[in-house]
Design a protein around this ligand. Structure first.
Ligand code: SF4
Length: 490
């Protein structure tokens, strides 16, 4: 009896990450980044090439063979990024693309790989005075812990998300949710975060934060003290006292050094807070979503009794304002030295508007941070520490999807990059779980040879475009972000 042909579709193994999926014909693997096409494992996304000849308004186009005559390829107008390149994993082999190109007469080599980062996370800067949660509070998505609140910065709240503890050190669900949130944030998608004992905030790179349903629009002009310093001279003669309410430092113009120098007289005001230096008060209220990042809705709640022996008198004019100018109020003391609310005089409205005008737009910033000092260096050189030294010596330039990175001092190659400088949707994941991010190392060819690079694997840009790589030959061209190419960014 003749053998029956096996009708089941043949599965083949993808070896681009430790999961090693068996992928059926026409299907994608667990990460959706690789698929089985006609019995070949291919990368589902095209290799992305920054092409300065593409105008920003016409960002994406497939490359045509006609585009790639020798002069264009050697013009320094294009750069092979690692987006869609495939990974070096399991690291014993050269990186997917090692590309040579002449730039300003110098032979340059770029080693291109999609790196699998277990040690990675995102630092989030949220421009808001509103209290999101106390330092070290846990940040969650869907109930899973994915990070924590860091120190506040000037006008911004900072979060540290991801990291190996959340990716692999907790439950499976924690790792999966952390990885998903990181990938979305790095791909500029919106993610709703909740802070234990604090607020919920929707974060999206390059967009204003939404704190407890309220879209933030302005970043404060400065702390209360700085605001006094900036505007004290403009308030002179229009009002007798100004209090700038701020969760950090509440300023009082009559007591502040700026007010004293300008000749402001004592008003007998009493601030209920911890006096730091003259005219500067800490802890006037608890942090919150009210005036100047405090929890107060009535600014008079931070004032004590007015002292007539120190200048308080009937008719004294008081303005209270927040650090963004969003909240303001005007009062005059009555015969009992009680502030009575009145409409803000037109002349003072100008200075409130000026505070508002000097506030920058509130934004969320997402910086991806990862350690590239591990085994993937073997895809660059047979002697991995040489790459680290070359990066530290500023001979080798590191980029992520063509975008410049900050390389941390000290050991390893720990990089940080603004996702807004990278092409959109640059990030992927593998279910281990880990984040996949594009990584390129560019250096003069002679230095690449000196550090023990895989010179036998060097190819020209033209060759890459003609024949592709192990995972297919689809390419796309996009305009470089901010109109630049990596070698122009020194
Ligand atoms: S998860 Fe993706 S990269 Fe990893 S083996 Fe499966 S298809 Fe390949």
């Amino acid at each position: 009896m003749a053998d029956r042909p096996d009708a089941r579709p043949q599965k083949i193994r993808c070896d681009a990450c430790p999961v090693m999926c068996f992928v059926a014909e026409g299907k994608a693997g667990a990460c959706d980044r690789y698929a089985n096409e006609n019995g070949q494992i291919i990368r589902c996304d095209p290799l992305t090439i920054l092409d300065a000849r593409i105008a920003a308004g016409d960002e994406v186009k497939p490359f045509l063979a006609a585009d790639w005559d020798g002069s264009l390829v050697e013009s320094g107008q294009n750069f092979v990024t690692a987006i869609g390149a495939g990974t070096t994993y399991p690291d014993y082999k050269p990186a997917p693309f090692i590309v040579s190109q002449k730039i300003d007469g110098t032979d340059m080599v770029t080693v291109v790989t999609e790196a699998i980062f277990s040690y990675c996370g995102a630092k989030i800067k949220i421009d808001t005075d509103r209290h999101l949660g106390h330092e070290a509070s846990v940040v969650r998505v869907g109930g899973e812990a994915i990070g924590h609140v860091m120190t506040s910065e000037y006008g911004s709240q900072m979060l540290s998300l991801g990291g190996v503890d959340h990716l692999t050190g907790g439950s499976k669900a924690e790792g999966r949710v952390t990885c998903d949130a990181l990938m979305k944030l790095c791909n500029r998608e919106a993610v709703e975060l909740s802070v234990d004992g604090g607020s919920s905030v929707i974060v999206q790179a390059g967009k204003p934060p939404i704190v407890d349903g309220h879209q933030e629009s302005r970043m404060r002009v400065g702390c209360g003290s700085a605001t006094i310093g900036m505007f004290a001279s403009q308030w002179r003669g229009l009002v007798d006292e100004v209090v700038v309410v701020d969760d950090h430092i509440t300023g009082v113009v009559s007591e502040h050094q700026a007010g004293k120098v300008l000749g402001w007289e004592d008003t007998g005001i009493k601030i209920l807070g911890r006096r730091s230096t003259p005219g500067r008060y800490f802890q006037v209220a608890d942090p919150g979503l009210g005036w100047g990042g405090t929890n107060i809705e009535d600014p008079l709640s931070i004032l004590g009794d007015w002292n007539p022996k120190k200048g308080a008198r009937a008719g004294l004019r008081l303005m209270m304002v927040s650090t963004t100018g969003e909240q303001f109020a005007y009062y005059e003391l009555n015969d009992d030295l009680q502030p009575v609310k009145k409409p803000l005089p037109e002349a003072l409205m100008k200075s409130v508007n000026l505070i508002d005008e000097n506030c920058e737009p509130a934004m969320c910033s997402v910086l991806f941070m990862g350690g590239a000092g591990g085994s993937l260096r073997s895809g660059v050189t047979e002697n991995p520490v040489q790459l680290t030294r070359s990066v530290k010596a500023d001979i080798t330039r590191v980029t992520c999807g063509g975008a410049p990175v900050y390389v941390w001092p000290g050991g390893g190659i720990t990089v940080m990059v603004d996702v807004m400088a990278m092409p959109e949707m640059s990030f992927g994941y593998v279910p281990t779980p880990a984040i996949v991010a594009p990584l390129e190392f560019t250096m003069p060819r002679q230095n690449y040879e000196a550090l023990g690079g895989h010179t036998e694997a060097i190819r020209t840009v033209g060759d890459v475009l003609d024949t592709g790589g192990d995972y297919g030959k689809d390419t796309r061209g996009i305009a470089p972000e901010k109109g630049d190419l990596p070698w122009d960014r020194r």
